[in-house]
Write a protein that binds this ligand. Structure first.
Ligand code: GZL
Length: 322
């Protein structure tokens, strides 16, 4: 073989990704390995998010190491350290809270393993610690909830007393959904948040806290703003057990637009749900492949979302993917 041709072939092979020799001399591509640290299984949203990630990894031929943290930050940090020790190609995770990630993200950077944030953000100053953040705009979700309420109550003359079920304390969705909602309702002094407490995004805690709200404020409550559908569904049970009619005696606004929310709206027990799509799997796998192909990812990938009032729930429900 001519000197030039041989050199070209050697150069080409050296640059090729690691490939495995199969019987008969064919080459098989070594699968990309993705380490994913998931928050837990606290809500319908989270379950749908995990399903999307697992099925998309399978479809993409990406080897997925999936760790469930049972909503504990220390378990997520442990999982990320384990991924570093295993020398995975890419690390992705949904941070349960915004702070406390600097040290472990610096370890990933030192190990030259790129990190993708999915779903929730972190408040670390050094933005070089992750290559991209994909997920919803939670402030806008809060604004959508606020705008719907302002429109719904535009002819209401007296005070509108609101109780709020917040998400996990310190989490990006809880902080931002509160911020966006308050930004809109502060324009009219008739809107008053008279009680606000975390229900940790779960049905059980949402019911428990709503029972306390009803005991303390009872019929003074006009509106419930829940940061996710699971807490709203728990609260609906508490409202019914208190002998009141959900979505009639108390207007109920929630976020996620999961199946349970559509069932509640069709039953006339929930007024509106703002969409927050958990179906991040396909985007994440494409981002992982692009990274491994040497492409630069957008720093921020925002999920496009809508809003579903009870009046449209029955027509929309058959089209829902989560
Ligand atoms: C939002 C996600 C939130 C959902 C909750 O992207 O982080 O966590 O709104 C889930 O249902 O528990």
């Amino acid at each position: 073989m001519k000197q030039l041709q041989r050199r070209t072939l050697v150069t080409a092979l050296a640059a090729a990704p690691v490939a495995l020799m199969l019987p008969g001399g064919a080459f098989a591509q070594k699968p990309i390995v993705l380490g994913f640290s998931q928050i837990g299984a606290e809500s319908e949203w989270r379950t749908a998010n995990s399903e999307s990630i697992k099925s998309s990894a399978k479809e993409a031929g990406i080897e997925l190491k999936f760790a469930d943290a049972q909503q504990k930050q220390e378990n997520q940090i442990k999982a990320i350290r384990s991924f570093i020790a295993q020398k995975v190609d890419v690390i992705a995770f949904s941070p349960v809270v915004e702070s406390g990630w600097g040290a472990v993200l610096r370890e990933a950077k030192a190990a030259k393993i790129p990190v993708i944030l999915t779903d929730r953000a972190v408040n670390e100053k050094d933005e070089s610690l992750w290559v991209s953040f994909m997920g919803s705009d939670f402030v806008e979700e809060g604004r959508k909830a606020g705008r719907w309420l302002v429109e719904k109550m535009k002819d209401q003359k007296g005070e509108v007393n609101i109780v709020e079920l917040q998400g996990t304390v310190g989490s990006a969705p809880a902080i931002d959904r509160k911020k966006g909602f308050e930004e809109i309702i502060k324009a009219d002094p008739k809107f008053k948040i008279i009680r606000s407490q975390t229900g940790d995004f779960t049905r059980a805690k949402g019911k428990e806290v709503m029972e306390a709200f009803l005991k303390a404020e009872g019929k003074k409550i006009n509106v419930l703003y829940a940061h996710n559908d699971d807490m709203a569904i728990g609260a609906i049970q508490a409202i019914e057990e208190a002998g009141m009619k959900p979505a009639k005696d108390i207007v109920i606004i929630s976020i996620d637009a999961v199946k349970g929310a559509f069932e509640a709206m069709i039953a006339g027990k929930l007024n509106v749900s703002v969409e927050c799509s958990p179906l991040l799997g396909p985007q994440l796998m494409q981002a992982v492949k692009d990274l491994k192909a040497g492409k630069t990812l957008p720093r921020r990938i925002v999920t496009e979302e809508g809003i579903f009032p009870m009046e449209t729930a029955a027509a929309e429900f058959p089209k829902r993917k989560y």
